[in-house]
Design a protein around this ligand. Structure first.
Ligand code: NAP
Length: 277
C-alpha cells in the first residue's frame, strides 16, 4: 500500500460487505485512501497488530467473526460502547497513534430506528446474542418504560443484559406468550427469517398486530431484505426498518474514525442497490 488504508479482518473474510461500502464512500469523496480485506486467523491476530502498529499508512480496521472479543486485550483502550457489548467491531488510531476499540453496531441500531420515540414506551428484542447486545446497549440509553427480551436461553440473556446495564424482562421463546403487545419497537436480533435459516415463528408474526399503531419493526437480517417479519409488519400498519440500514449506519461511524471525515450519505440509495446486487 502506498496511501492511507483501512481494512476488515476476520476468518473467513471473503463474504464481508465492508470493502464495498467504504470504497463507495472513499470514491464519492475523492479521498486518496483504500479499504481492503485481510484474512487473519486466530493464531495470527497478535502478529497482525504488531505489524500494523508500525505501519504509518494504516488507519485501522473493522473486525468480524471470530475476533470481536479476542482483539480486546491487544488494544490500548476500549470505549463504553465496546465495554457494554463486550465486543469490538472497529479499531482506529488515537491522537498518539494508540489503538482504540469501539463498537459501531450501537450506532447502526440507532440509525435503523431513528425517529422512534421510546419515551414511556415498550421495546422488544428477539434474541440475546452478539447483535442483541448492540440493541441492549442502544436501549440502555433510551427512556423506555419497559423492555422485553425474547430468548431461548434465559441465563445467556441475563448475562448479556448485565453487561449492557439494561433492565429488561426475559420471556421464553414460547407460543403461549404475546411479547409484542403495546410495543412501540420490535427488534429481531436473531438469524430467524434469514435465507437458509429457520423462519420467524408464526406466534411472533401474528403478534405484530398487537403493537401500538405506527410502531417500528426493525429486522437485523438483510438477506433477504424484505423478511417475513417486515412484510407482516407492513400489513399490520407498522413501520419497517431493514438490516441494510444498520449495516450502512455502523460503517458510517467507522469510516469517520478511519479517515477523519464523515461519508457523503447522499448516494446511499445507490449504495444499497450495489449491496443487494
Ligand atoms: P449470535 O451471536 O449467534 O446470536 C443469535 C441469537 O439468535 C442467539 O440469541 C440465539 O439463541 C438466537 N437464535 C438463533 N436461532 C434461534 C432459534 N431457532 N430460535 C430462537 N432463538 C434463536 O448471532 P448475531 O451475531 O447476534 O447475529 C444475529 C443476526 O443479526 C444474524 O442474522 C446477523 O446476520 C444479524 N446481524 C445484522 C447486522 C446488521 O448490520 N444488519 C449486524 C450484526 C448481526 P441462543 O443464544 O440460544 O443460541
Amino acid at each position: 500500500m502506498t496511501r492511507p488504508f483501512a481494512e476488515v479482518i476476520g476468518d473467513p473474510i471473503a463474504h464481508s460487505k465492508s470493502p464495498l461500502i467504504h470504497n463507495f464512500w472513499l470514491s464519492r469523496l475523492n479521498l486518496e485512501a483504500d479499504y481492503g480485506r485481510a484474512h487473519v486467523r486466530s493464531d495470527e491476530l497478535a502478529d497482525y497488530f504488531t505489524e500494523r502498529r508500525l505501519d504509518p499508512l494504516w488507519r485501522g480496521c473493522n473486525v468480524t467473526i471470530p475476533h470481536k472479543e479476542a482483539v480486546i486485550p491487544l488494544l490500548d483502550a476500549v470505549d463504553f460502547k465496546a465495554a457494554a457489548i463486550g465486543a469490538v467491531n472497529t479499531i482506529y488510531r488515537g491522537p498518539q497513534g494508540e489503538l482504540r476499540g469501539t463498537n459501531t453496531d450501537v450506532d447502526g441500531v440507532a440509525e435503523a430506528v431513528a425517529g422512534t420515540d421510546l419515551a414511556g414506551q415498550v421495546a422488544v428484542v428477539i434474541g440475546a446474542g452478539g447483535a442483541a447486545r448492540a440493541a441492549f446497549a442502544f436501549l440502555a440509553g433510551q427512556p423506555s418504560r419497559e423492555v422485553r427480551v425474547l430468548a431461548r436461553n434465559a441465563e445467556k440473556a441475563a448475562a448479556a443484559l448485565a453487561g449492557s446495564g439494561l433492565k429488561a424482562e426475559i420471556l421464553p421463546f414460547d407460543a403461549d406468550y404475546k411479547p409484542c403487545q403495546q410495543a412501540a419497537l420490535v427488534i429481531n436480533a436473531t438469524q430467524l427469517g434469514m435465507t437458509g435459516q429457520q423462519p420467524m415463528p408464526e406466534f411472533i408474526l401474528n403478534d405484530l398486530s398487537g403493537m401500538n399503531p405506527g410502531g417500528v419493526v426493525f429486522d437485523m437480517v438483510y438477506a433477504p431484505l424484505e423478511t417475513a417479519l417486515l412484510q407482516r409488519a407492513v400489513r399490520a400498519g407498522q413501520v419497517p426498518a431493514d438490516g441494510l440500514t444498520m449495516l450502512v449506519g455502523q460503517a458510517a461511524t467507522a469510516f469517520a474514525k478511519f479517515f477523519g471525515v464523515k461519508p457523503d450519505r447522499s448516494g446511499d440509495a445507490e449504495l444499497r442497490k450495489a449491496l443487494l446486487g
